[in-house]
Design a protein. Sequence first.
Length: 141
Amino acid sequence: MMRINRRTDYAVRIMLALAEHPYGERLSTKTIRETMLVPKAFLERIVAELSKASLIKTYPGPNGGIMLFQTPETITVRQIWEAIEGPLLISDCLQTPEECPLHENCPMRSCWGKLQKVMLDELTAMTLSDLSLEVRKKQFI
């Protein structure tokens, strides 16, 4: 079964919490943990990975916190995904086709390639700003 990794889901929640505030505003990890229901053990590791990917900035100490490194309009869901899971690859044969026993005559490689392209295109087109707008729409319904 193909499914979104729990850490990736939490990472999107963390980024969304930051996007819901004015750009440049810091939030404490405690605030994010409580509003987005992210367990502390996951939060610390995910924050480190998002920081390493230059999606957030971290500020240690009692007046510290985290903030977006870029505006929500420039951060894509694909960037968040790849910060946590690495590149999206729906089949090993797309990365190493020479290892496929059917190699040149694989009937599925083209299909998997098209599916992967659609998924990557959608993840790239969807920004943190888009997600934030969806959240605001749902709060007013």
